[in-house]
Design a protein around this ligand. Structure first.
Ligand code: ADP
Ligand code: MG
Length: 299
């Protein structure tokens, strides 16, 4: 059941025991694993890079997958040390597999947590968004753009602290530059308008860090409402809604949400990337000042 050949991966298996599957991606399986000497649990992302044992992966795909994994590992190392970014513990290269050993997030994806509770209170949303934006601030300050922020790539530890993960699409913005990307990557519902414009409609202007803030806006809306801001069963219609920034706070769910929260969402889901809040501006938004104010009153 997707367990890599032991001979090939001897080094990994000498140190860890692999257990249940925690999640899957396009070319990876993530399993619980246990350090044989310390008994500490981790999550291992096993990436299939082809080789003789897998005839299903073409040499081109294998090379592409390998190179993407190497980039992901470089991003994780460059971004190590932040409490809200997943920690890469160990890496093993075997002929047909790459093993990436991560700190374990026992509570799984924010996506599943949200599905269980349906929607979050403003207080919980504040805690999660603050941590998310702090992670993004760190990522951007190190000249990286995540490019695939969504609740599936935000994990929760025992104390419900978030850990941003999946740097498979992370890109580097060279020092002194801003907009450098033109490729379509990410997940449809979370794509910023400028990504669609340049990759699908041949606009001239590349995109950069602001795409992560757009995704944060989509996430914040989804946390508070329990459903996403842009959705249509016909994907082209949904993409059109995104390009036009067409979403609303009309449903009854939004009646008891404060104007301050809606204001932050509006300033994140701003179609013009030059007018959208930067991550540090978002962290200064009034929405995040409410908590410290209340804390002072209560304690
Ligand atoms: P992909 O790049 O293939 O999407 P991810 O890194 O996003 O791979 O991992 C896929 C899934 O595996 C995640 O969405 C999550 O459900 C699970 N997962 C990944 N890392 C961990 C971890 N450290 N702890 C717990 N579950 C994890
Ligand atoms: Mg993922």
């Amino acid at each position: 059941d997707n367990l890599p050949d032991r001979q090939e991966a001897a080094e990994f298996y000498a140190k860890y025991t692999a257990k249940d599957i925690l999640g899957r991606g396009a070319s990876s399986v993530v399993r619980l694993c246990v350090d044989r000497t310390t008994g500490t649990e981790y999550a291992v992302k096993v990436i299939d890079i082809g080789g003789d044992t897998n005839p299903n992966l073409s040499p081109e795909d294998a090379k592409e997958t390998y190179e993407a994994a190497v980039k992901e590992i470089a991003a994780l190392r460059a971004l190590a040390g932040h409490p809200n970014i997943i920690e890469l513990q160990d890496v093993f290269f075997a002929p047909a597999f790459i093993f990436m050993v991560f700190e374990l997030c026992k509570k799984g994806e924010l996506f599943d947590y949200l599905n269980q509770v349906v929607r979050l209170s403003e207080k919980k949303t504040r805690t999660i968004m603050k941590q998310l934006l702090e992670a993004v601030s760190f990522i951007h300050s190190r000249n990286y753009v995540h490019r695939d922020l969504k609740p599936e790539n935000i994990l929760l530890d025992d104390e419900l602290n978030i850990k941003v993960t999946d740097f498979g699409f992370a890109g580097i913005v060279p020092e002194g530059e801003t907009d450098v990307f033109t490729d379509l990557c990410g997940t449809p519902g979370y794509l910023a308008p400028e990504v669609l414009r340049v990759s699908m409609y041949d606009a001239q202007r590349p995109y950069g860090k602001p795409v992560d803030l757009w995704a944060c806006g989509v996430i914040m809306y989804t946390l508070l409402a329990g459903y996403p801001p842009f959705w249509h069963r016909k994907q082209m219609v949904m993409l059109r809604q995104i390009l036009e920034g067409q979403y609303n706070f009309a449903a009854p769910e939004w009646n008891d949400v404060t104007e301050v929260a809606k204001d932050l969402i509006r300033k994140l889901l701003t179609v013009d990337q030059d007018l959208r809040l930067t991550v540090d501006q978002a962290l200064q938004h009034e929405f995040f000042l409410i908590k410290s104010h209340l804390d002072k009153v209560v304690t």
